[in-house]
Design a protein around this ligand. Structure first.
Ligand SMILES: [Zn+2]
Length: 264
C-alpha cells in the first residue's frame, strides 16, 4: 500500500480540546469521532495506516495568530503537517503570511464563516496575492457550513472568480468543491484544474453520483480528507474505497496528489 495522507483534519491543544469539542458538537449538532487531541489523532493514524495528516487551524480572531503559530510549531513532525491561519481583518495579515512561509509551513487555512468574510470581496485580494507570491497552499473552507445559516460566502462562482484573478494560486477547496452546493460544483468546477479535498462530502452524495464526479475531474486534483474529528479517518477512506475506482486513481486520491502538493 502506498502512502496515505489525510489532507483535512483538526486537532487542538489538549486543554482547548476539552472545551472546544463539546462546544462544536453542540453548534453543529454532530458527534466527534476523536477527542480532538494530537494523541488521539496519531492513534487513529497508526490504526488505519495513515502516514501524514494536514492539521487545519482557524484563527477566529486576529489575536489567535500567535497562539496558533506556537501550537502549529509544537505539533509539526514528519506525520503532522500544520496549516496555521491568519485572520483577514488583522492589520498584520500580510506580514503574518510571510512569517508562515519563513517558518517553513506549507499552507494556510481560512474559513469564511468563522472568519466572517466573503471569498470574492476586494478586501481579500492582497491576502490572496501574498499567499500566491509566497507559493503557499491555501486550504479554504468552501460551500456552506453545518454550523451556520446558508449564506454564500465561498460558493463555486466566488471560487472561479478567485482563480481567474490568481490562476497560479494553490487553492484547495474543501468538501468536494463546496459543501452542500454540489450541483453547482458539477456545473462549474468539475473537469477544471481545481484542487478539492473530499472530506465530509461523500457522506452526503450517492455512490454513483460521487463516482461520476470523481471520474470527470482531473485525477491529479482530488485529495482524501477526513475532517477528523468530525468524521472518522477510516470511515472517510472507506467511502472512497467503496466506489471501486481505478486503482491508480485511488492511489492518487489517497496520497500521491497530496504528497506532490506538499513537496513543492
Ligand atoms: Zn474542517
Amino acid at each position: 500500500m502506498s502512502t496515505i495522507i489525510d489532507f483535512h483534519s483538526h486537532i487542538f491543544p489538549d486543554d482547548v480540546a476539552k472545551k472546544a469539542i463539546p462546544f462544536l458538537e453542540e453548534e453543529g449538532n454532530v458527534k466527534a469521532f476523536l477527542d480532538g487531541t494530537k494523541d488521539d489523532l496519531l492513534r487513529s493514524m497508526d490504526q488505519f495506516g495513515i502516514s501524514k495528516s494536514v492539521i487545519c487551524s482557524i484563527a477566529t480572531k486576529p489575536a489567535q495568530f500567535e497562539p496558533i503559530m506556537s501550537f502549529s510549531d509544537s505539533i509539526r513532525s514528519e506525520r503532522l503537517v500544520p496549516f496555521p491561519s491568519i485572520h483577514p481583518a488583522s492589520p498584520d495579515a500580510i506580514k503574518q503570511i510571510r512569517t508562515i512561509k519563513e517558518e517553513g509551513f506549507k499552507g494556510i487555512k481560512m474559513h469564511p464563516f468563522y472568519q466572517d468574510f466573503f471569498m470574492d470581496s476586494d478586501e481579500l485580494l492582497p491576502i490572496f496575492a501574498e499567499i500566491n507570491s509566497q507559493n503557499l497552499i491555501l486550504l479554504m473552507h468552501t460551500g456552506f457550513d453545518i454550523a451556520f445559516p446558508e449564506i454564500r460566502r465561498a460558493d463555486p462562482s466566488a471560487i472561479l472568480n478567485t482563480l481567474q484573478r490568481f490562476p497560479d494560486l494553490k487553492l484547495v477547496t474543501s468538501h468536494f468543491g463546496a459543501w452542500k452546493l454540489w450541483d453547482e460544483v458539477k456545473e462549474k468546477m468539475i473537469g477544471k484544474n481545481i484542487y478539492m479535498d473530499l472530506s465530509y462530502a461523500l457522506e452526503f452524495l450517492g455512490q454513483e453520483e460521487a463516482k461520476e464526479m470523481i471520474e470527470k475531474h482531473p485525477a491529479d486534483y482530488l485529495l482524501y480528507g477526513s475532517d477528523s474529528p468530525w468524521s472518522g479517518q477510516q470511515e472517510s477512506m472507506a467511502l472512497i474505497q467503496r466506489l471501486s475506482l481505478d486503482k491508480f486513481l485511488e492511489e492518487k486520491i489517497l496520497g500521491e496528489n497530496a504528497m506532490r502538493l506538499l513537496e513543492n
